[in-house]
Design a binder for this molecule. Structure first.
Ligand code: F6P
Length: 353
């Protein structure tokens, strides 16, 4: 009997999701003769009746999909089955309705593409069913444990690096300090990677306790050396690792630019990069990762495995128990390769000048 698997994307979108969905459906079809059903808007599709889902026809999953950002299935960051936001403002447990929705689809397995929050929620939901569940890590933040890369991170780093490439000439032309605020939630993976690749003078992360005085001093050193402009990358959560911090302010980047202007006497401008880091065309690296992890997830279901996540480690697809992954977000290691590289290149991380 032909098997049928489901796939959904959950949490914030990122580049590489379409390539993942395509890889899953193609592997299921060509490798095992299985059908794949795409569930619409993450767990939200499971609440609709009939369930909002569509069979994925392999003949229509053209390679053009792998080039596109976003997720053609749609996604949600507001679909926690156990704490579901109701229209009247209350919070309800809708897990039973979602389990019922899964039953309607008559699936033999489910693949969920999400960050550690979404994977935790899906794991808990699936534990109420007998359905084998496999997680695929995606997030621009790259903070999922037990994988060197999550789908979407490479593209976000490429976008942030390109932003620095564009800020440098305008900053240099006007003798300005250019501050770039990047996403990453509680982790500084995007900031440190883009800061190195884009030639930043200063990179501020939530993982390193930094002082404004050190940043000011570094900019003064640049200016004394004859360079009147500087590039500063700041992770969106870096305010938490500064003693004063921009408490209650929307943007650490704007706050920092204002403070640097006063403290250095130089003109400063802030760019808050925001969601352009998520919506770009996926890099080749993200497309490759999506393909490898999508195929790997289907192969795990075929091998009879469940409650696991596929990951990328040492140029190989691995799989780990989901319980090791969920609830443990991975931040930038203080003694990791990128941190050491940044220091070796003389990039100021704000803990010293
Ligand atoms: O987790 C991905 C992410 O883009 C974070 O980097 C950012 O803090 C957050 O999502 C933004 O969420 P939203 O799309 O809800 O504004």
């Amino acid at each position: 009997m032909t098997k049928c698997i489901g796939i959904l994307t959950s949490g914030g979108d990122c580049a590489g999701l379409n390539a993942t969905i395509r890889a899953v459906a193609l592997r299921a079809h060509h490798g095992y003769g299985w059908r794949t059903i795409g569930i619409s808007h993450g767990t939200l599709g499971l609440l609709r009746r009939p369930v909002a889902a569509e069979p994925l026809d392999p003949a229509r999953l053209d390679a053009v999909l792998a080039r596109q950002g976003g997720t053609f299935l749609g996604t949600t960051s507001h679909g926690d089955p156990f704490a579901f936001p109701m229209p009247d403002g209350t919070i309800a447990d809708r897990s039973a309705d979602m389990v019922e929705g899964l039953r309607e689809l008559h699936l033999d397995g489910l693949i969920g593409v999400g960050g550690d929050g979404s994977l935790a929620i899906l794991r808990r939901l699936l534990s109420k069913t007998a359905l084998p569940f496999i997680g695929v890590p995606k997030t621009i933040d790259n903070d999922v444990g037990h994988t060197e890369r999550a789908i979407g991170h490479s593209t976000a780093v490429a976008v942030a690096t390109e932003a620095l490439d564009r800020l440098q000439p305008t900053g240099a032309s006007h003798d300005r300090v250019m501050v770039l605020e990047v996403m990453g939630r509680d982790a500084g993976h995007i900031a440190i990677a883009a800061g190195i690749a884009g030639g930043a003078d200063v990179v501020l992360l939530p993982e390193v306790r930094w002082r404004l005085a050190n940043v000011v001093q570094r900019i003064a050193v640049c200016r004394r050396a004859g360079r009147t402009s500087a590039l500063v990358v700041v992770a969106e959560a870096a305010g938490d690792s500064h003693e004063e911090g921009p408490r209650g302010e929307a943007s650490i980047g704007e706050w920092l630019a204002r403070r640097l202007m006063v403290a250095t006497g130089a003109e400063a401008r802030a760019t808050v990069l925001g969601h352009v880091q998520r919506g770009a065309q996926p890099t080749a690296e993200d497309r490759l990762l999506a393909a490898a992890l999508g195929v790997g997830a289907v192969d795990l279901l075929a091998a009879g495995k469940a409650d696991r996540m596929v990951g990328w480690w040492n140029r190989t697809v691995i799989d780990v128990p989901l319980e090791k992954v969920v609830g443990r977000s991975r931040t930038v290691a203080p003694d990791g390769a990128l941190m050491r590289t940044a220091r070796a290149l003389g990039i100021c991380l704000g803990d010293t000048a």
